[in-house]
Design a protein around this ligand. Structure first.
Ligand SMILES: [Zn+2]
Length: 461
């Protein structure tokens, strides 16, 4: 049994098995957009559901929201995105490709083992000079002939307005967090919430950035799952440590191999952050960020108080103390997590007579919990269809009657269906079916009336 996954193998499996397709594929695609297919949307929904269960349903004092993607532009002034959320880019005059100056420098320094060069701390002029001095080349054509650096905004802009000459610039949100911050008072009052409490949200965000194209790892449109914990200043470190552990435990619960996970403290903190770390996963392209935990202090609420003119003070009902709460943020990308889950689940196995690819997804993440397979189409399909219809009331259940039973098992293995139910003569004569386990390939004989509970009890989480 081996987990020798590569990105190429995964992309190909995802396309062929209806998990993920290239966005706008028939038009030649559109860079860094991907569409979830019939199997992929089930897996992603199951991941989101598991996250919501853990961080809203089972979490004391946590509340979910679903804020609008389009927000008042003042939100982005308060958050600092309007002025500082941009990338320094330069164009290659030879091949007309566009590159991030900081990435060019980072990659050059990594390759030539030059240490202590931090592009984030350099001015555009300093970066231009460094690139000139070291004759850094275009990674596409290998020539050294760049335009000066220009700052490119990472927020997607659009406009609204009833007439053409009366429009306002608005933005597609570059992060979901501001939805939680601007609703802090609404949630606190309407739910009679007492600090410490959390606000959770799952939603889309958009960033107009150049990405290296590691499948769904970094896309211009992506889904974030975020939990903002509002607490008293003196409790910030306690909750920071608590959410580090909760984030880790959630990944373990999804069945992710702990040997492929590690904490990574941020080398450089954002100016408002007191503490920040990532959990990284060892993807096929190397260790990369899977989720982040940040102590954002009271920066966000203070900024919104300043820009909106609305008081963000919370009054402790016991001590009557008034303060702006601190925020411990836990944020994870649903698409990125899906990629980690798929990489983790992908296995190639040598069986006696053939090889198989199997997605060893935790049953609660699997797109179908079971499939119903009539052994002989002619004799058993009627009974099998009846069983499929019944089971579909309780969970996602597949049905397949075409090809040999071995071929059908292989197809179900490739999409991670944990249980294959075979309907045969025994079903017609004795009312029993055989249930095959995806991972062990062992078969159980189960009575028809027990099949539903047999499956459901094994897919709980
Ligand atoms: Zn070039």
């Amino acid at each position: 049994m081996e987990n020798n996954v590569t990105m190429d193998k995964l992309v190909s499996l995802c396309k062929n098995r209806g998990i993920i397709f290239q966005g706008s594929e028939i038009y030649g695609g559109m860079g860094n957009t991907w569409d979830y297919g019939p199997i992929g949307v089930e897996i992603k929904n199951n991941i989101k559901r598991a996250w919501w269960k853990k961080f809203v349903q089972e979490s004391d004092n946590s509340f979910g929201i679903d804020a609008a993607i389009l927000m008042n532009s003042k939100v982005w002034e308060a958050s600092g995105h309007t002025t500082s959320f941009s990338d320094p880019k330069m164009d290659c005059k030879e091949c007309k490709t566009r590159h991030r100056a900081d990435n060019l420098i980072e990659n050059y320094c990594a390759k030539h083992k030059i240490e202590n060069v931090i592009p984030d701390k350099m001015s555009n002029k300093e970066m231009e000079d460094f690139i000139e001095e070291h004759k850094i080349c275009c990674p596409v054509c290998g020539k050294h002939n760049f335009t000066p650096i220009r700052q490119f905004k990472l927020m997607f802009e659009t406009s609204r307005g009833v007439t053409e000459d009366n429009t306002d610039t608005i933005y597609l949100r570059p992060e979901t967090a501001q939805g939680e911050f601007v609703n802090f008072l609404n949630v606190q009052r309407s739910m009679r919430a007492k600090v410490p409490f959390g606000i959770a949200q799952i939603g889309k965000a958009f960033r107009n950035e150049i990405t290296p194209g590691n499948f769904i790892f970094r896309t211009i449109e992506f889904e974030q799952m975020e939990h903002q914990l509002f607490c008293k200043e003196c409790d910030d470190e306690k909750f920071y440590q608590e959410y580090k552990q909760k984030a880790w435990d959630f990944l373990k619960m999804l069945g992710i191999d702990e040997n492929k996970l590690r904490f990574k403290d941020h080398d450089k903190l954002a100016h408002y952050a007191k503490n920040a770390c990532d959990i990284q996963y060892n993807f096929p392209m190397g260790w990369s960020e899977l989720n982040g935990i940040h102590n954002r202090t009271n920066y966000d609420l203070s900024r919104h108080q300043e820009f909106s003119g609305k008081s963000m003070l919370y009054m402790d009902p016991i001590t009557n103390e008034k303060y702006i709460p601190y925020v411990v943020e836990y944020s994870i990308g649903a698409d990125r997590l899906m990629l980690a889950v798929l990489c983790n689940a992908y296995h190639e196995e040598k069986l006696e007579n053939e090889d198989r690819v199997v997605l060893k997804l935790a049953p609660f993440i699997a797109p179908y919990k079971a499939c119903v397979l009539p052994l002989m189409k002619k004799n058993h399909s009627e009974k099998a269809k009846e069983l499929h219809k019944y089971l579909s009331k309780y969970f996602m259940c597949d049905y397949d009657e075409s090809g040999s039973i071995g071929k059908r098992y292989r197809r179900e293995d490739e999409i991670g269906t944990p249980y294959a139910i075979t309907v045969d003569d025994e079903t017609l004569n004795n009312g029993t079916v055989t249930v095959r386990d995806r991972d062990t390939m062992k078969q159980d004989v189960v009575k028809l009336e027990d099949v539903k509970d047999y499956i459901l009890s094994r897919c709980e989480f």
